[in-house]
Design a binder for this molecule. Sequence first.
Ligand code: ADP
Length: 162
Amino acid sequence: MKRAVYPGSFDPMTLGHLDIINRASKMFDELIVAVLNNNAKSPLFSVDERVKILKMATADLPNVKIDSFSGLLCDYASENNLHVAVRGLRAVTDFEYELQLAQTNRMISNNNLDTIFLATSLEYSYLSSSGVKEIAYFGGDISKTVPDFVADMIREKINSKK
Ligand code: ADP
């Protein structure tokens, strides 16, 4: 069985992430979307909330599983017998960081974890979680960036924090 992990912060999941999930789910028998519990960042949504959003958004994709992890991706991958990580590439600016991450993961996993990149769909190439949060914070229109139920959750969360 071909399995892969799509790791990320997903704070929050955007239509760009969902596009990568949809496309990767057709390439593998099982795709595990793994939310990174990163203590260094101060997230808008808790890991549980991010997992819930991803589960709701992928309910129609039976071979997509949602999980969370802390620590190193290569440890999570080895514990779960996963050898392929999927990452999205938006622009040249992503490339340097993603290349370094992919090579690091390959090295620290003793070549047991490889990374494949999916080029972003053109309509989402501008889209980032931090951009969505910024627009929402100042009351802008985020309806084209995330599913409707996520837009509602973002507005609610931002209002509760103001
Ligand atoms: P991280 O904090 O690990 O970069 P993100 O949640 O921001 O996590 O992104 C996870 C992955 O999804 C990364 O590989 C990122 O490049 C990719 N990604 C983010 N936004 C988009 C988008 N609009 N189109 C394609 N890939 C994207």
